[in-house]
Design a protein around this ligand. Structure first.
Ligand code: 5GP
Ligand code: MN
Length: 313
């Protein structure tokens, strides 16, 4: 059932125990949203746990509360609501099975499958963290510096530091309000941009695989399992090719197992969320992804063909 921001706030207010979760391969928005909402709910006296069915990337360790994030280890969980942030039910792993509480879903992905018991979907928001800020206002909770930092990380990472087309006046106003709580943008960008030597070497190897397609309107990076196995994250790699002059769609395909590839797509014009959704994934018009159960070679040929057919320029 689709609900309003007001009803979302009302439902959170009446609950006592909540479990917050987000998508696997959690990013800055997934974790920032969880930590920001946890703070709001704790201010209202609620009992809150964040449980994520995946490793949380170490670049987020600057966030206070990072060490309290749990992995699902128990057989079953009790709560008044399972709150799913920044994803729908299909990308949160085992928690949906293990926690039978009603699902309250808060998301900004237009491709949300709308299966949640209660869904607040605001596709016009650049980040789920931006919605968490709105919820704080609705519930009359002021963020402190630490929780404001978590929300800011969500905004900054999903907008590429306020440069993607999803950045709206509301995004900027939200960021301004967070800076007023003491958030230091340079501390956050340094923490996020700092990369291990191994990752920079991985990036150098990844960039050697760059290829152009469709007269330069699409570009791709193709990472063998041998390479992805050795690097903790490929966050930001795709940004290095979406800047190529004339490229509309950039794609990064990485074998995460010999027969399983994760796909990331970015575009300037073409709606890549349509293709991602058709292939069982989702996302936004200009940033989307999916998983393809083939080896790297087959995924590359299949997907690049599909991308070329779907180019809108
Ligand atoms: P990224 O390329 O950064 O992993 O993802 C880009 C956008 O697409 C993000 O908003 C992300 O949540 C979404 N996305 C990526 N992969 C999937 C997927 O497999 N399923 C769905 N529903 N969304 C995805
Ligand atoms: Mn997001």
């Amino acid at each position: 059932m689709i609900i309003s921001l007001k009803e979302t706030a009302e439902r959170l207010k009446t609950a006592n125990e909540l479990i917050l979760t987000a998508h696997i391969s959690p990013d800055g928005d997934a974790i920032g949203s969880c930590l920001g909402l946890k703070y709001i709910l704790e201010q209202l006296g609620k009992k809150v746990r964040i449980i994520i069915d995946d490793d949380v990337p170490s670049f987020l360790k600057i966030l206070s509360g990072y060490n309290d994030i749990e992995k699902p280890q128990e057989e079953s969980y009790q709560a008044d609501y399972l709150v799913i942030l920044d994803a729908c039910l299909d990308r949160v792993g085992s928690l949906v099975e293990k926690c039978k509480a009603p699902v309250l879903n808060i998301d900004h992905h237009a491709t949300n499958d709308k299966r949640a018991d209660y869904l607040y979907l605001a596709a016009e928001r650049a980040a789920t963290a931006e919605i968490v800020f709105d919820l704080g206002q609705e519930l009359g909770v002021e963020f402190d510096k630490e929780s404001a930092t978590a929300v800011y990380i969500g905004l900054a990472t999903d907008t590429g530091y306020f440069k993607y087309s999803n950045t709206s006046p509301h995004t900027m106003r939200t960021a301004a309000a967070l800076l007023e709580k003491g958030v230091r943008p340079e501390t956050i960008s340094e923490a996020i941009e700092t990369k291990d030597f191994a990752i920079v070497r991985g990036l150098a190897k990844a960039l050697q695989t760059v290829e152009l397609f469709a007269d330069g309107r699409a570009a791709g990076l193709f990472l063998e399992y041998d390479l992805t196995e050795t690097i903790e994250t490929t966050e930001g790699f795709i940004d290095e090719i979406r800047i190529i002059d004339g490229v509309d769609v950039a794609v990064l395909i990485k074998a995460v197992q010999p027969e399983v590839c994760r796909v990331s797509m970015r575009s300037k014009v073409t709606d890549v969320s349509k293709l991602a959704a058709r292939l069982g994934g989702g996302g936004h018009k200009k940033a989307a992804g999916c998983t393809i159960y083939k080896n790297l070679y087959d995924t590359k040929h299949y997907l690049m063909d599909e991308i070329i057919k779907s180019l809108e320029v």
